[in-house]
Design a binder for this molecule. Structure first.
Ligand code: ZN
Ligand code: ZN
Ligand code: ZN
Length: 409
């Protein structure tokens, strides 16, 4: 199927909602229903394209060249007996339909931008997704078009940041500081908390011990002291409590990344604890609108009358189109002389319409009949006899019992 084409959508959207399917208008459904019940039309078909003996012999010679163990001379010597010409018929039905759905989206916007573009109207009137003509770029080719539903635009406060323009930094939970990864929050170069720190009566805290004050993501409890933040149980914390460094510890024992604090500036928010809201870009307001999603879909079904040549081969052969019709709704074929073709045409027409009833609008349908000429050929070669088939307008050969190397050809 043709690649999906998404039309110009100038918006960078965040549409978290699932698309809402728009049920086709009642007029469309009515037309649709009438067609399901419609009576078939009368037509005439010209479908048998007989093969002549010369053509068959040419086809045999061509075929012999393709198989290196067939002798071309054998193809010449072969006696061609009775020919039975007939046709294999392929019926093809295609329905090109359109389904619509909407999905809510928002984009960063300032009120000024909004007024420039939309004026003062609030644009709150209810829109029906089927009110607009949306044309496919090409008929009978699957494609998707996405556009803004006209009149669906409205301004609102950003819910991502409660209109503040910034959000708490997720990584440090707004703290601006995060556990130092180099010392695992201990403040020690060794990565192991120093006993002098957590055994001191004024401190009596172990890093990570105080989970009630800790942060799930970092599991380091932090203490603010003036402008400084320390991890609980770190050498700097000790100093802030006792006014002296932990006994027996020198600067060289401290983690050189956090200098004994056990915490570092959060590199996601650069220590600010807040980030510009990604939803509104910091403006605090967003424009919401509905996206209209139009999906043009193609359903194709076919039926091939059974014959002695395997269907897989018949499908590859060249055929002649003996009938073709395109309409908003095609009517099933009813007067073809092979009743299975009529039956399957009716069955497929109903199936196609039922499948999309109430979900999609039928734009166009087309159906066609293709005749694949078929000839049963009786032959003899020496004292052997058999049958083979010539089929397709490109005169392909099919032996039901593939002749072995030595026997026939
Ligand atoms: Zn550190
Ligand atoms: Zn942060
Ligand atoms: Zn925001």
């Amino acid at each position: 199927m043709g690649g999906s084409h998404v039309s110009r959508c100038r918006l960078s959207m965040s549409g978290p909602d699932k698309p809402v399917v728009a049920i086709p208008l009642i007029d469309d459904i009515e037309k649709h229903k009438q067609s399901v019940a419609a009576t078939p039309s009368k037509r005439f078909f010209d479908d048998v394209l007989p093969f002549r003996e010369e053509e068959i012999r040419e086809a045999l010679k061509r075929e012999a060249k393709r198989h290196r163990w067939w002798k071309e001379s054998a193809a010449k010597k072969m006696q061609i007996g009775e020919l039975e010409n007939s046709s294999c018929i392929q019926y093809v039905l295609e329905s090109f339909t359109e389904a619509r759905s909407t999905s809510e989206a928002t984009e960063a916007y300032t009120l000024g931008q909004y007024l420039d573009r939309h004026g003062d109207d609030s644009g709150s009137s209810q829109q029906n997704p089927w009110d607009y003509e949306v044309m496919p770029n090409m008929m009978f080719v699957e494609q998707t078009r996405v556009m803004e539903l006209p009149g669906s635009s409205r301004m609102g406060k950003c819910t991502g940041c409660s209109a503040e323009g910034s959000t708490h930094c997720f990584h440090c939970r707004g703290n601006g500081q995060d556990k130092c990864g180099f010392c695992r929050g201990t403040g020690m170069k060794s990565g192991v908390a120093h006993p002098a720190v957590y055994t001191h009566p004024m401190v009596a805290s172990f890093p990570h011990a105080d989970l009630s004050r800790g942060y799930a993501s970092s599991s380091t409890a932090m203490v603010r002291h003036g402008n400084n933040t320390y991890g609980v149980g770190t050498p700097m914390y000790f100093m802030s409590k006792t006014g002296v460094p932990p006994p027996g510890l020198g600067t060289h024992d401290l983690c050189y990344m956090c200098h004994g604090r056990g915490v570092r500036e959060c590199h996601y928010c650069k220590g600010g604890g807040k980030k510009v809201c990604s939803t509104c870009g910091g403006s605090g307001s967003v424009r919401s609108f509905s996206k209209l999603i139009v999906q043009f879909e193609l359903e194709k079904s076919d039926y091939i009358t059974p014959c002695e040549v395997p269907e897989m081969l018949i499908r590859q052969a060249e055929s002649k189109e003996i009938f073709m019709e395109q309409a908003n709704y095609v009517r099933p074929i009813s007067k073809y002389h092979v009743k299975e073709v009529n039956e399957n045409s009716r069955m497929l027409c109903v199936k196609h319409l039922e499948r999309v009833m109430g979900k999609s609008r039928v734009i166009q349908q087309r159906h066609s009949l293709h005749a694949i000429p078929l000839c049963r050929v009786a032959f003899s070669l020496g004292n052997q006899t058999g049958v083979f088939w010539v089929y397709g307008r490109d005169a392909r050969i099919y032996f039901p019992k593939y002749p072995s190397k030595c026997t026939i050809l």
